[in-house]
Design a protein around this ligand. Structure first.
Ligand code: NAD
Ligand code: KPL
Length: 301
C-alpha cells in the first residue's frame, strides 16, 4: 500500500495512475475538514489523461489514521513538505521509504535530516498536471520521473519496478546532478517570468544581458558542485520547447499562491554564498523577484 500526502495536481496524478494500474494507494488530506470536503463528492475524481476521462473513486484519510506507513509519496509544494511528513511521524515505520516529488532543493535535505531512520528518494518530474476544480484533473503533459536516493548507495525501492507503465520512471543512482541541473534551468527562467510577467519564450528578449550573466553564474555554481553540463544550451533549449508556457512560478503568481522561489533561486544564492562564490546578477534577480512578490502581497520566501 502506497500512501500519498498532498492531494493536489501531482498527488492526484499519482493516485489516479496507480488506481488505473491496479495498485492500492491512499491519499492523506490535511485534516478532517478537507476529508469531509473530499467525501462530499464521494471521493470521485474525473481524470482526463489527454485521451479519455476516467471517473475514479479514490480512498482518502487524515494524518491521524492508524495504519502504519511503509511507503510515502510526498506531493506537496516544497515549503509544505517537511510539515506534511512531520504530521505522519507517529505512523512512519523504521526504514519507511519517502518519495519526494518537490521542485527545487532544500526540502529534501531537511526531511532526510529530520527522519534519519527513513530512506529518502527524490524524483525529478517532467509531467504536467493541473486541476480546473477540486474533483477534476487534467494530465496536460506526459513526462518522465527520474528517481534516485538522496544518500548514495541506497538501493532502489523494490516496488519501483512494479509501477504501472503510465508512471514512466528510470533509476538514477546519482540524482543530485539531475536535481541541480533542473534547479539551474528553473533559476534562469522562472524568476524572470515573475518579474516581467511574461511567458517563457519572452525571457531572452526581456532579460537580455542579465540572463547571460545569470547563466554564467549558475554555470560556475554547477561547476562547484562538480557538474559541467553546458547550461546555456540547456536553458535556451527549454525556453524554445516551452516558449508558450507560463512557468510554474508565474502560474503561482497569477493564482495568488505562495511560490517555490526560495527553494529554487533562494537555494542557489545561499549555496553560492556559503561557497564564497560571488553571484551579483543572481542576487539582484532574487531581490527583484522578492520585491515583485511583496508588491503583490504574496510571501517573498
Ligand atoms: P498543489 O498545490 O497542486 O498540491 C499540493 C497539495 O498538497 C495541496 O492540495 C495542499 O493542500 C496539500 N498539502 C499541503 N500541506 C499538506 C499537509 N500538511 N498535509 C496534507 N496535504 C497538504 O501542487 P502540485 O502542482 O501538485 O506540486 C507539488 C510539487 O510537485 C511541487 O513542488 C511542484 O513544483 C512539483 N511539480 C508539479 C508539477 C505539476 O504539473 N503540477 C510538475 C512537476 C513538478
Ligand atoms: O519547470 C518549469 C517551470 O515552469 O517550473 C519550466 C521548465 C520553466 C517550464 O515552464
Amino acid at each position: 500500500m502506497l500512501h500519498i500526502i498532498g492531494a493536489g495536481s501531482l498527488g492526484l496524478l499519482w493516485a489516479a495512475r496507480l488506481q488505473l494500474g491496479g495498485i492500492e494507494s491512499r491519499l492523506i488530506l490535511r485534516n478532517s475538514n478537507r476529508l469531509d470536503q473530499w467525501q462530499r463528492n464521494s471521493g470521485m475524481l474525473a481524470f482526463n489523461d489527454g485521451a479519455t476521462v476516467h471517473n475514479l473513486q479514490l480512498e482518502a484519510e487524515t494524518p491521524d489514521a492508524n495504519e502504519p506507513i511503509h511507503q510515502l509519496v510526498v506531493a506537496t509544494k516544497a515549503y509544505a513538505a517537511l510539515p506534511a511528513v512531520e504530521s505522519l511521524r507517529q505512523r512512519l515505520q523504521p526504514g519507511a521509504e519517502l518519495l519526494l516529488l518537490q521542485n527545487g532543493l532544500g526540502a529534501q535535505q531537511a526531511i532526510a535530516d529530520a527522519f534519519p531512520e527513513c530512506r529518502v528518494y527524490c524524483i525529478s518530474v517532467t509531467d504536467g498536471a493541473w486541476r480546473p476544480n477540486e474533483h477534476e484533473l487534467i494530465w496536460a503533459g506526459r513526462g518522465h520521473n527520474t528517481v534516485g536516493p538522496l544518500h548514495p548507495d541506497t538501493p532502489p525501492p523494490e516496488w519501483l519496478s512494479s509501477l504501472p507503465d503510465s508512471i514512466s520512471t528510470s533509476w538514477q543512482a546519482d540524482i543530485l546532478p539531475v536535481l541541480w541541473r533542473k534547479l539551474a534551468v528553473n533559476c534562469a527562467i522562472n524568476p524572470f517570468t515573475l518579474i516581467f510577467d511574461c511567458r517563457n519564450g519572452e525571457v531572452p528578449e526581456r532579460a537580455d544581458g542579465w540572463l547571460d550573466q545569470c547563466i554564467a553564474e549558475l554555470q560556475q555554481l554547477l561547476s562547484l558542485q562538480g557538474f559541467d553540463a553546458d547550461l546555456a544550451e540547456q536553458v535556451h533549449a527549454v525556453i524554445l520547447a516551452t516558449a508558450n508556457n507560463s512557468s510554474s512560478t508565474r502560474q503561482d503568481l497569477h493564482a495568488r499562491r505562495r511560490t517555490e522561489l526560495d527553494y529554487i533561486l533562494g537555494y542557489a544564492c545561499r549555496s553560492a554564498h556559503n561557497a564564497g562564490l560571488p553571484t551579483p546578477a543572481l542576487d539582484h534577480l532574487l531581490a527583484q523577484a522578492q520585491d515583485t512578490l511583496r508588491q503583490q502581497q504574496l510571501p517573498a520566501d
